[in-house]
Write a protein of this length. Structure first.
Lengths: 75, 627
């Protein structure tokens, strides 16, 4: 599953990050790294960004970026 | 003693800097306010201190240009102590940067700022333990209250005197092995860089282009080894290591006493970021702010202008008819317009924009409008420069440095020129709102937004490239103390008083003198190519020229050129709208041009000027025909 497909309110674990160095760096600076658990808090309408929170704080992430994050749901 | 302040975005670095140096840097509650260095010299505790405030950086390997600048500074400049500031409520994350800074092997102090926010979140930090682990002094501060800053300076002096460079903290064994191998290899090559060996080795392992250029050939084997062992890209391996290490240290040195339930901020977000109400609030907030400014401004302007006009008559009597009198009247008009016409709108405007900046609402606007911004080829983060642009185009153009791709920076810089800055707001208020009513003024803003959207759509078609997409930290809501807001207003007002106002006086007397000599006709004839097709009185030609110096001049010189403050006597409502719309869009002022030149180079600057002029002309023609 990709991060952009996660319903708001759900918690997921990051499995891997695809995409180039730039994308990886941006996301890892915010603590979105393989193994980390993050929560999708809400999303903006019309395919707008997601609001995601984890141990490193709360962030807005655009759909395009979120597509590059492979996740699995944690119960 | 030279000290460098560095920390992650929105950790309160600039607030600390301002406390030490007097209010010299704009602070606000969104990441990336400081995009250039601020410097200051002051005396504290008997020490002459030269302090540099670097742009906020998540790490020393970020691709953003502002963060690159910070890293370059740290590696190439001479300084005595690194002051690493972090947001204590996000200890683990902040320590990731700290770990990287320790690799620079310079005397260092760690500052745990925003202790009050950490306490509210139930986080208790044992700074002694932290200091023991890291090997550097650790101090707690609450910067906006000025708490702990004396201790901070004492720690800085100590760090320098005792050369406290801290401990190098080790990653997992297998990663360390490879790092030592790279270090050995570098030693063998006897690289003569001044960059600390371990830092360089790690950066080369991460595959950082800038360092690879310095001599990273033949090191691929080490990187491959690391990637093979961990089955992921080497930069991610190092990032994960650092992240895990920082989290472990944070867990050792802090405790979370209470887990706060839904905070007030979350509940506010439920409304302000709501899929429907979020947009309703967005519109209401901006409408409310501008309507208040227009109404308050008008309320203040009328009596002030009346007062100054009555004074003028009594003063003018002392002067004999002639050039001297014309000069005096011109100067007086410039002076009194500064107080009577500009300040009534500028002051409330600066107040509201400061409040908005510090509240933490602006990044949330980026969230709300991101998908609209994509339609015009940008993304939500460009909203921050745009909103800053309502204040002044110069910082707005500089704020484009928070965008990652060059294309986004260029497009945003050019579009940001169209955003009516405070000076143009004064023109819109003083002519449209004052004479034609506040709703016509809002119409100008609406037309403006539409034109920006349309231009964005056109430009992004011409300059295709995929933007990297939005990634933006969400700061907590904060209600800034009135004292800080007022300081900020004063900081920005000084710019008007020091530069714009004198220019108003000089420009106004210059124009009065030209009129006295009968020379302004010549200038007006040159500008007929604009005023004639737009159907404007030809007297306005010269105001357009002066408007390039400062946008406020376009308004005040209008009064001077027409010879009256009662504009509707000489101009129809349609002419007023046409003129104001043209002034809103045409060539940016000199200061903005200079900033633009620096940020995107002269080619793009010239293109930007040509583009804005054509748009202005087009909109002017349309306004003449439609309104």
């Amino acid at each position: 599953m990709r991060l952009d497909e996660v319903d708001p309110g759900k918690t997921v674990r990051v499995l891997s990050i695809e995409g180039g160095r730039g994308v990886r760096k941006k996301l890892s600076d915010l603590g979105i790294l393989p193994g980390e658990v993050i929560k999708v808090v809400r999303s903006a309408p019309l395919f707008g960004p997601l609001m995601v929170s984890g141990r490193n704080g709360t962030f807005f992430i655009g759909r395009g970026m979120a597509k590059k994050v492979v996740v699995e749901e944690v119960i | 003693m030279k000290i460098v302040l560095i920390g992650q975005p929105n950790c309160g670095k600039s607030t600390i800097f301002n406390h030490l140096a007097g209010y010299k840097a704009i602070t606000s509650n969104f990441p990336g306010t400081t995009v250039k260095f601020h410097e200051s010299r002051f005396r504290l505790k008997g020490e002459e201190i030269h302090c540099i405030d670097l742009p906020g950086s998540y790490s020393l390997s970020s691709p953003e240009p502002a963060e690159r600048e910070a890293r370059r500074f740290l590696l190439t400049q001479q300084y005595d102590v690194i002051v690493n500031i972090l947001d204590a409520s996000l200890l683990g994350r902040g320590l990731e940067l700290t770990l990287e800074l320790l690799e620079l092997e310079k005397p260092m102090v760690l500052v745990l700022n925003m202790m009050d926010e950490a306490e509210r979140k139930g986080i208790v930090i044992d700074e002694k333990k932290l200091s023991q682990i890291l090997g550097i002094p650790v101090v707690k501060t609450i910067a906006y209250k000025g708490q702990g800053l004396t201790e901070m300076i004492e720690a800085v002096i100590k760090a320098k005197a005792e050369n406290l460079k801290g401990n190098l903290i080790s990653f997992s064994r297998d990663v360390e092995e490879i790092i030592s191998e790279v270090m050995e290899e570098l030693k063998r090559r006897s690289n003569t860089t001044h960059i600390p060996l371990r830092f360089l080795a790690i950066k080369l392992l991460e595959g950082d282009e800038e360092f690879l250029k310095l001599g990273g050939d033949g090191l691929e084997e080490f990187r491959k080894k690391l990637e093979k062992r961990h089955e992921r890209p080497s930069d991610l391996v190092i990032a994960s290591e650092r992240h895990a290490l920082a989290m472990t240290i944070a867990e050792h040195a802090s405790k979370v006493l209470t887990v706060p339930k839904l905070s007030l901020g979350d509940r506010i977000d439920d409304w302000l970021l709501h899929p429907i109400f979020g947009y309703v609030f967005l519109i209401l907030i901006f409408l409310g702010v501008f309507l208040t400014i227009f109404q308050l401004g008008k309320f203040l302007e009328e009596p002030l202008i009346g007062f100054f006009d009555s004074l003028e008559e009594s003063f003018s009597r002392f002067f004999p008819e002639g050039g001297l009198k014309a000069l005096f009247q011109g100067a007086y008009q410039g002076f009194s317009s500064g107080i009577g016409i500009v300040l009534p709108y500028l002051l409330p405007f600066l107040f509201f924009i400061s409040l908005l900046e510090d509240s933490g609402y602006l990044p949330r606007v980026a969230f709300l409008v991101d998908s609209f911004m994509h339609k015009i080829g940008l993304h939500g983060k460009s909203v921050l420069p745009f909103v800053l642009g309502y204040g002044c185009s110069v910082p707005a153009v500089m704020a484009t440095r928070i965008l990652e791709s060059e294309r986004d920076r260029v497009l945003t810089s050019i579009l940001v020129l169209f955003v009516p800055c405070a000076a143009r707001m004064v023109v819109i208020s003083g002519l449209v709102s004052y004479f034609l009513g506040p709703f016509r003024a809002l119409l100008v803003y609406f037309v403006n937004l539409m034109v920006i959207a349309l231009s964005g759509a056109i430009l992004s078609k011409l300059y295709k490239e995929i933007t990297p997409g939005l990634v933006l930290e969400v700061p907590p809501y904060r209600f800034p103390p009135l004292r800080i807001t007022l300081k900020k207003v004063w900081f920005r007002l000084k710019e008007f008083i020091g530069i714009a106002w004198p220019l108003l006086v000089v420009g106004s007397s210059f124009l009065a003198f030209l009129q006295h000599l009968g020379l302004e006709d010549l200038l007006n004839k040159i500008f007929l190519f604009i005023t004639h097709p737009l159907g404007l009185p030809k007297e306005l030609g010269v105001t357009l020229l002066l408007g390039i110096l400062r946008k406020e001049l376009a308004l005040l010189m209008t009064f001077q050129a027409l010879g009256t403050r009662d504009v509707p006597q000489l101009m129809t409502p349609s002419q007023i709208m046409t003129f104001v719309l043209f002034v809103t869009f045409y060539i940016p002022c000199l200061a903005t041009l200079a900033a633009l030149w620096r940020e995107i180079g002269w080619r793009w600057t010239l293109k930007g000027v040509a583009f804005s002029f054509s748009i202005a002309f087009l909109i002017g023609l349309l306004a003449r025909l439609v309104l």
